[in-house]
Design a protein around this ligand. Structure first.
Ligand SMILES: [Zn+2]
Length: 311
């Protein structure tokens, strides 16, 4: 009987020793293995995360995409918010913006862009052929010229690589619109299995064109167009994207009533994880290529969001 107990003890000690030889914890906290036992990380040289920051710039859009050491900036908010934006970019280690996308010439999108261009090294600037006679827009064109930069026009289907990700141009599909919002440059960003769609302030008219251009629009994340306006984000468009995460970039109590009740209802009906810069300030999403994490809990849609506050 005693002999059997000793054997069991010896066997247990031996097993523990073998296990500790085979498995050790890597410095990054993930379990790594020795020998030909399955490894979670060692053979995955592609492992890297992609971060998308929806920066709180009040009423407007400013979105930073970080992939490895490469950066994209989509819009730059109003000029008065540009110090905040530039500080945020510097705090996040940005020295160069590989791509800058000015979706369309409204000041809540390109107002801060001239200051951004003067503060960072700039790769490509992508802007549609929309024109505006506003002082803000003319000053932006002057700043681009003064910095010896050229504007790259968005061509549907053109693909750009950025770090470990890529993006494809999905809008605008025409060159002449009545509404300046419809000139918005739209992109679909792909990071392995995760996809994100950004369409600036594109209205239903441009959304319908995107639905017809043959590009698969299915997306995990959609930055709701035009700050959550009901003149964008149509049912057909939401059906095609079928996102499970949406973001609204707007200012609290803005004079436009953004986000509109219809869109808040659509978010609730579709059980979408919604995030709002007006209620939750800057939102950061991080993709490992398969799953997406965020720095905040999803916004809880309440009764007040579903009642029209303006006639
Ligand atoms: Zn806007």
């Amino acid at each position: 009987m005693k002999k059997r107990l000793i054997w069991i003890l010896l066997a247990s000690i031996l097993s523990l020793a073998i296990i500790s030889l085979l498995v050790h914890k890597g410095p990054d906290g993930f379990i790594k293995t020795i020998g030909n036992i399955v490894s979670f990380l060692e053979d995955d040289d592609d492992y890297s995360s992609l971060k998308v920051h929806f920066i709180d710039v009040g009423q407007g859009d400013a979105i930073l995409i970080q992939s490895d050491d490469s950066h994209i900036l989509i819009d730059a908010g109003e000029r008065h918010a540009s110090d905040t934006l530039i500080g945020y970019l510097k705090d996040n280690g940005v020295t160069k913006l590989d791509y800058v996308i000015g979706t369309h010439p409204h000041s809540d999108h390109i107002g801060g862009l001239a200051n951004v261009i003067n503060n960072f090294q700039i790769g490509k600037i992508i802007m549609s052929n929309a024109v505006s006679t506003s002082k803000t827009f003319e000053e932006l064109l002057d700043t681009i010229a003064d910095n010896n930069l050229k504007i790259t026009k968005p061509i549907i289907g053109t693909e750009y690589t950025i770090g470990n990700a890529s993006f494809i141009i999905i809008a605008p599909n025409e060159s002449d619109y009545k509404n300046l919002n419809d000139y918005s440059v739209g992109i679909k960003l792909v990071h392995k299995e995760n996809t994100f769609v950004f369409t600036g302030d594109a209205e239903t008219n441009s959304e319908n064109e995107m639905l017809q251009n043959g590009i698969d629009l299915k997306a995990d994340v959609f930055k709701l167009a035009h700050h959550g306006s009901s003149t964008s984000n149509s049912d057909d468009f939401l059906n095609a994207l079928d996102p499970h995460i949406c973001i609204i970039s707007a200012k609290k109590d803005n004079s436009y009533g953004h986000p509109h009740v219809e869109i808040m209802k659509a978010m609730k009906d579709r059980d979408i994880h919604l995030y709002r810069t007006d209620e939750q300030s800057t939102i950061i999403l991080e993709s490992d290529g398969v799953t997406i994490k965020s720095n905040k809990e999803p916004y809880k849609i309440n009764d007040k969001d579903l009642i029209r506050s303006k006639p």
